[in-house]
Design a protein around this ligand. Sequence first.
Ligand SMILES: C[S@@+](CC[C@H](N)C(=O)[O-])C[C@H]1O[C@@H](n2cnc3c(N)ncnc32)[C@H](O)[C@@H]1O
Length: 267
Amino acid sequence: MSIETERPPASSPEFDLSYSIEDFIASDGRDSQYIYRAIEDTMVDLATEVPGGRVLDVACGTGKVSMRIAERGCFSVGAEASMEMIGLGRWVQPESMALMVRSIAEDLPFASDTFDRVICQGSLDHFVDGHAFMREAARIIKPDGRVVIALANFESVSCRLGRTIDRVKWKLGRPRPPWRRYWQTPEDHNVKGDLPYVKSLGGDRLELERCTGISLLWLLFGWKSVLGRLPEGAANRVLHALDGYARKRPGQADMMISVWRRPSPRK
Ligand SMILES: C[S@@+](CC[C@H](N)C(=O)[O-])C[C@H]1O[C@@H](n2cnc3c(N)ncnc32)[C@H](O)[C@@H]1O
């Protein structure tokens, strides 16, 4: 008996220069609305810790986060491989002060020691070489700058429970659906995001300053409908309480946000 948990990549990874809005399907559940808002708010807060600082948002997609960062008075640049995503962002917010640059994360066209913050939200697992991106990020931050990475956790409590429930259902004779389940890494990801992978990212150029989790039980079977039946205030209180638990336990959380700095020089 084989249990499907991971799909090996069909061939060696290639740069994805043509990401499309069609590749992104947002669920409308309260759990999804909560996590998207919580990730974005946390990333914008961490990106704008230096008032008026220079911030680079790598693989920024349509640049929604870069644009919020610009609204807070920072010099905000979004780097993105796909022209479709850049074009969509410009179409949605033509007046934004954020600059958008077409480039790939593994070879960033910026001088060393340039940015106060380099951030990357939900994209590092799409890169051909996440470690090469981290080396670039370490190069282009200022000596006291930070790199902030948000990555989905495919070993979250929700993913582990999801796999277990799926296995039990299958053993009971329920057929498996042909589509990807949320706990399986998508085909356009080149690595499986989990806490050991996050901890490996710094190499010898960056050290982990802090790591926090965001949200618990996102996308778990039946959870969306339970939350949907609760009054809105009660649903938000439950989601907030679970989020509070997850903040201290990134290994169990749905999303992990890690903050990196250059190692302090040895005395
Ligand atoms: C899931 S989207 C996330 C977009 C955005 N950060 C957000 O949170 O909405 C992943 C993005 O990574 C971009 N991407 C994938 N590989 C890339 C690479 N090697 N360099 C730069 N961007 C890349 C894709 O074009 C896509 O816009």
